[in-house]
Design a protein around this ligand. Structure first.
Ligand code: COA
Length: 371
């Protein structure tokens, strides 16, 4: 069995960003126009959105997005991402490659050193050919690639797979990539969810620790937990058209991301803190013994509550850094962005816990130690 390290982490954040005020202005002008029609039809008016609510309820102030103008156009309210020819690099592979190159540079590895790519994302652009295989070709990595996904736990789930493949010796050097273009699937006309998500791509190089050089993130263990829930759900899939009267005109109503936010908040807060306490206990550790927590970046209040339940008291952002205020919920990418930005100051022997949670329900964790 090999010791395993994360030797490189790469993050790619799109340049364009949208503030709460900008998003709410677009949403409310669509609501106002819609309500004129509804009132004329004698229907209940839709409720307006509110920046103050968004920041208070979620902690999100801005989000970065692949394409901003289409989202903010009240006549469209969806990013405009033109189709590309089959022989051009697809946008999700391109986004993955951008963070992968940074991860490889940090690891000091060439693409030819990598013997497997896993692309794990809450949303995949298509079922096949796998995005990972397209990335394999674009980067020039060896061996094989495949796609997988587990909602917002996608990166943590892929890390679980990669770490165990490397630990067993089945693979030597793996690239785990999570390019999240989640705005493409978001219903920007839904008051409950229109403010939640942002786009980001992250990649990690996972390899056997050939030496005990200081300043490396060793992965001591990984864990996954799932339990069926439809409280975060999308029904858009390859059978969507078969369920419709006209299978050549897809009706998106009810088929984009839906979330019962307050239910998810409660359920995942309870399951998340239990997961953390139990996983650490298996290693003879308690939350107090962990220098840093890189938690899923969905909701600032939720993370604070998970930590309060785990610790028995409140802990600050130095212990559990937050990136969601400027990036929004970037699905599987969020916890890895927090990890990337907040590990360089850790001392040899310091423990850190990566913990992502979301749709499924799913929770994925990795116990790390700085060498
Ligand atoms: N603008 C203004 N008011 C809004 C609103 C908006 N955009 N969206 C909802 N509201 C209102 C609701 O109508 C409700 O009003 P009422 O009390 O008059 O009925 C009130 O705000 C509270 O709604 P609720 O849905 O209970 O809000 P919340 O405090 O739970 O916050 C989330 C909503 C989505 C921010 C929060 O539930 C959350 O982040 N949940 C966890 C999400 C998560 O972790 N997902 C997993 C990973 S993807």
């Amino acid at each position: 069995m090999h010791r395993v390290i994360i030797s490189g982490i790469g993050v790619e954040i799109p340049e364009a960003s949208i503030t709460n005020d900008e998003l709410v202005e677009s949403f409310n002008s669509w609501v106002d126009a819609e309500n004129d029609k509804r009132v004329a039809r004698g229907e209940e008016p839709l409720q307006r959105s509110d920046s103050g609510f968004i920041e208070h309820a979620s902690g999100i102030k801005t989000r970065h997005v692949i394409e901003r103008e289409g989202i903010l156009d009240p006549k469209r309210m969806s990013p405009r991402i033109p189709a590309r020819p089959d022989d051009a690099l697809s946008i999700q592979a391109e986004f993955g490659v951008a963070s992968a190159r940074k991860a490889l540079a940090m690891a000091g590895r060439r693409p030819g050193d990598i013997d497997m790519v896993i692309c794990s994302s809450s949303h995949l652009q298509r079922p096949y050919p796998a995005i990972a295989v397209e990335m394999q070709q674009a980067l020039g990595t060896k061996g094989a690639g495949f796609d997988m996904g587990l909602g917002c736990s996608s990166a943590a789930a892929a890390l679980h797979v990669a770490v165990n493949l490397v630990r067993s010796g089945a693979q030597k050097k793996m690239l785990v990539t999570t390019p999240e273009i989640i705005t493409g699937h978001l219903n920007f006309r839904d008051r409950q969810t229109h403010f939640i998500f942002g786009d980001a791509s992250v990649s990690m190089v996972v390899e056997a620790a050939e030496d005990a050089r200081p300043g490396r993130l060793e992965v001591l263990d990984t864990r996954l937990w799932t339990q069926m829930s439809s409280n975060i759900r999308t029904n858009l899939g390859y059978l969507t058209r078969s369920a419709q009267d006209d299978p050549y005109m897809i009706d998106l109503e009810g088929n984009l991301i839906r979330q019962v936010g307050n239910k998810v908040f409660k359920d995942v807060t309870v399951a998340g803190h239990r997961f953390i306490v139990d996983f650490l206990a298996e290693h003879g550790l308690t939350p107090e013994g962990i220098r840093r927590f890189w938690l899923h970046q969905a909701n600032a209040r939720m993370n604070a509550m998970i930590l309060k339940l785990a610790f028995g008291h409140e802990v600050g952002h130095d212990r559990a850094p937050m990136v969601l205020d400027r990036l929004g919920n970037t699905a599987g990418a969020g916890a890895i962005v927090a990890l990337s930005e907040n590990h360089a100051d850790m001392k040899a022997g310091d423990y850190g816990l990566l913990c992502a949670f979301g749709a499924g329900y799913s929770i994925g964790g990795a116990l790390l130690r700085m060498t």
